[in-house]
Design a protein around this ligand. Structure first.
Ligand SMILES: CC(C)(COP(=O)(O)OP(=O)(O)OC[C@H]1O[C@@H](n2cnc3c(N)ncnc32)[C@H](O)[C@@H]1OP(=O)(O)O)[C@@H](O)C(=O)NCCC(=O)NCCS
Length: 234
């Protein structure tokens, strides 16, 4: 792991604590985080206001993202639209063959340009991951069981994508998709969000340097020291 990855991970943890603190009024360092057997973080000691909170973080490229709701189940994923050096789009897709259904590959490959195909690929990736992160299984839930029918993006936003699980449309789920600064960000939402929790009223972009990175805010000092000693990137 490099400093860049550790920094993203740390930004995710800081976002969680900042949000828990804002929602409950408790200090950010009060919260104890642990992980379930699938790796999904949860609050060990939630105050009464947060017992029903479903939350999730994701980090990739230049962003770390957090989503939470006190009534709906949520999962979030962010991906930067990019192609590794020395790889063609088709070579890259070749490694990902089993992650998408035939219908999804048709949609991914439908644009004429490589850029358009890559854009669709990452859009689909974010959708799949946001779903498996919301249900908490991660990749253990077979990705081919989930099939998305993507909606039209308008002004870099889409709210009309639908999902079918094992061939049946599941209308209990909706997907908030945003394209921001060459990154896709998708929030999967199951059920209704409470009043005041709508995405459009709550999106905030915060710079890493504006997050209060100090040892007190992290779970243990060792994590901070090892972060500080890492190389920035490969
Ligand atoms: C959790 C998982 C689904 C997503 O991981 P990812 O996309 O690499 O990483 P993200 O940045 O989106 O999310 C990581 C965060 O999700 C959270 N997380 C971990 N396990 C989770 C789970 N089972 N459910 C929900 N959230 C989880 C953690 O907060 C984690 O942050 P941390 O690494 O700093 O602790 C993981 O199972 C995984 O291995 N993904 C591999 C990627 C892949 O091949 N995807 C193919 C898609 S087509």
């Amino acid at each position: 792991m490099y400093k860049r990855d550790a920094k993203q991970s740390m930004a995710g943890r800081l976002l969680m604590r900042t949000c828990f603190s804002k929602l409950s009024g408790a200090f950010p360092e009060c919260f104890v985080l642990s992980r379930d057997t699938s790796g999904k973080p949860y609050l060990v000691n939630p105050p009464a206001t947060l017992t029903a909170l479903s939350f999730n973080v994701s980090h990739a490229g230049d962003y770390a993202t957090f989503a939470g709701s006190t009534s709906a189940k949520v999962g979030v994923d962010v991906m930067k639209v990019e192609l590794r050096r020395n790889t063609t789009v088709e070579q890259f897709f070749g490694h990902m063959k089993r992650q998408f259904t035939d219908f999804e590959w048709q949609r991914i490959r439908s644009p004429g340009s490589d850029r358009g195909k890559l854009f669709n690929f990452y859009r689909y990736w974010c959708l799949k991951e946001s779903y498996v992160k919301a249900i908490g299984t991660g990749l253990k839930f077979g990705l081919l069981r989930i099939e998305f029918d993507i909606g039209q993006i308008e002004d870099d936003i889409c709210r009309t994508t639908t999902v079918a699980i094992d061939g049946a449309i599941d209308s209990d789920w909706r997907f908030e998709e945003a394209y921001l600064d060459n990154h896709f960000i998708t929030i999967a939402v199951q059920g209704e969000v409470s009043a005041g929790e709508d995405v459009e009223d709550n999106v905030k972009v915060v710079k890493f340097d504006d997050l209060n990175v100090n040892k007190d805010l992290l779970d243990d000092e060792k994590y901070f020291v090892s972060f500080d000693e890492k190389k920035e990137c490969p």
